[in-house]
Write a protein that binds this ligand. Structure first.
Ligand code: MG
Length: 433
């Protein structure tokens, strides 16, 4: 089994060019026709891209090579170039020694683990006849096309001062140009491509963006923005240097979105998202954890916005990619109306407690069953889309088996840290009982 929640991921000794070529052949047999290939700036990106291109052409696919671009850029280009899908060589926010093949189909829907299993069945097979081998073409304008589309959606904005932390990732090829073209006063950090990420680790956690926080404060900027390596995830820093975590970014996006309709999110997302959506009159549809499930749900039934707790927001008016640049551009527009700290007052505050309980595979199943039985017996408002999530007034708790480790995770959110801790303790007792 190679496909995980988001493509095929590994260190270079695991995801090597030989495996990348076999996966690309299988993807080519599955998607067929014209396929976009793009990569981030990781050290192993060049050799893996050559293998992917070769694999696709060997099964008769025509490759459109976008070079080094962000993931949202590559996904936006699928429809624009009439491609049957894309393979993006990126390990997203992971450390530099990792890489991955992220696969997206012709409808812009990321390939889930389940669909990945179908693709893996096509790994063994023949190459095409010598005169049916595919071609390869470079397309140089993807970033420009993406910038133009974002500017068109967002429209005119007031000039504000922004600090952009590109984290030495692909944000460097799009973000400074985008915000300068939007007329913003731009200051940049870590804005040269470097596959070793010398500026900061790629995941834009609060601890990793300390330089951004201090730069926003010292430069009197209106906001700071940071992305992960492939630019689908984004976090903000307000004018006082306060870090704005992923699910708050999503809650703000719901407030700022001009489109009406349902919003889609995963069962791990803060209740703040449901609170702001309900206030706006939008229904919340929950999915399992993982971006492909959000895409599938939004493709199945239209929604106004999709988003996950780590700061990936899908704006379906553009495409079904999590787009950290469109999200940031919408922030830039909102700053014209009021300060980010003022906007944040509209997002309810919650406290959360995360806990994990050691469990074997069998125990994991039993613990989740116990949580479900408890919810049913007590007629609690719950869903079992991914683990068991129980919603109460102003609080919720989720009991969920870890997919990769020997743990059951118990995560609670409430209006006070004490209440969240109490919920975690209560459910630990229930599942261990
Ligand atoms: Mg990412």
């Amino acid at each position: 089994m190679y496909f995980g929640t988001n493509g095929v991921r590994g260190r270079f000794n695991e995801l090597d060019p030989a495996l990348a070529m076999k996966i690309a052949q299988a993807v080519g047999r599955y998607l067929k026709g014209k396929i976009i290939v793009a990569r981030d700036c990781r050290m192993t990106g060049g050799t893996l891209k050559a293998a992917v291109n070769s694999g696709l052409m060997s099964v008769g696919c025509d490759v459109i090579d976008l070079g080094i671009v962000s993931s949202p850029t590559a996904e936006f280009m699928i429809k624009k170039l009439g491609a049957n899908g894309c393979i993006i060589i990126t390990a997203s926010h992971n450390p530099p020694e990792w890489n991955a093949l992220k696969v997206v189909d012709g409808n812009g829907v990321a390939i889930s683990k389940e669909r990945g299993e179908e693709i893996e069945k096509l790994m063994e097979g023949e190459v095409v006849q010598w005169d049916k081998v595919g071609s390869i073409k470079r397309y140089e304008n993807a970033t420009k096309d993406h910038i133009d589309a974002i500017k068109e959606i967002v429209g005119p904005v007031k000039k504000k001062k922004l600090v952009l932390d590109c984290g030495n990732g692909t944000a460097a090829v799009i973000a400074p140009a985008l915000f300068k073209q939007m007329g913003m006063d731009v200051m940049t950090l870590n804005s040269h491509l470097d596959g070793k990420f010398p500026g900061r680790p790629s995941e834009p956690t609060e601890g990793n963006v300390k330089e951004l926080i201090s730069s926003v404060k010292s430069s009197d900027a209106d906001a700071g923005i940071a992305w992960d390596c492939d630019g689908d995830r984004v976090i903000f820093v307000d004018e006082n240097g306060e870090y704005v975590i992923g699910d708050k970014v999503y809650a703000l996006s719901i407030i700022w979105n001009e489109k009406e309709g349902d919003v889609v999110t995963t069962v791990a997302t803060s209740k703040a998202v449901e609170d702001v959506a309900t206030k706006k009159g939008s229904k919340v549809r929950y999915t399992a954890i993982g971006a492909p499930y959000l895409c599938e749900e939004m493709r199945k039934e239209p929604a106004a916005l999709g988003g996950e707790e780590v700061g990936g927001v899908i704006w379906p008016g553009l495409c079904l990619a999590k787009d950290g640049f469109l999200t940031a551009a919408v922030l830039a527009k909102a700053l014209g109306e009021k300060k980010l700290s003022e906007w944040l007052k509209q997002v309810p505050k919650y406290h959360n407690v995360k806990h994990k309980v050691k469990a074997t595979e069998e125990e994991k199943i039993r613990m989740v069953e116990k949580a479900l039985a408890h919810a049913k017996a007590n007629e609690l408002h719950h869903n079992d889309i991914d683990g068991v999530r129980i919603d109460m007034k102003d609080a919720w708790v989720i009991v969920r088996p870890s997919g990769t480790e020997e743990f059951v995770r118990i995560f609670a959110e409430a209006k006070t840290p004490e209440k969240a801790k109490q919920l975690v303790d209560e459910y630990e007792k229930i599942v261990k009982n």
